[in-house]
Design a protein. Structure first.
Length: 63
């Protein structure tokens, strides 16, 4: 699944660690999501969307 997580994070000048702490996950998880190696669970996808105040569809897209 493609995503805009890295772009959204960079727009806020957050490191992967900053985002991980805000989401309650590891930095490695953030990296895996950004690189498409891991698709987040639905609850995590909702937390990400809420954090960026965007609908899930604005962050995650099908390949």
């Amino acid at each position: 699944m493609k995503n805009r997580l890295k772009i959204l994070r960079a727009e806020r000048d957050w490191s992967q660690q900053d985002l991980a702490e805000r989401l309650g996950v590891s930095r490695q998880s953030v990296n895996a999501i950004e690189t498409g190696k891991y698709d987040p669970s639905l609850p995590l996808a909702f937390r990400i969307a809420d954090l960026f105040a965007l609908p899930i569809e604005a962050i995650f897209q099908r390949d």
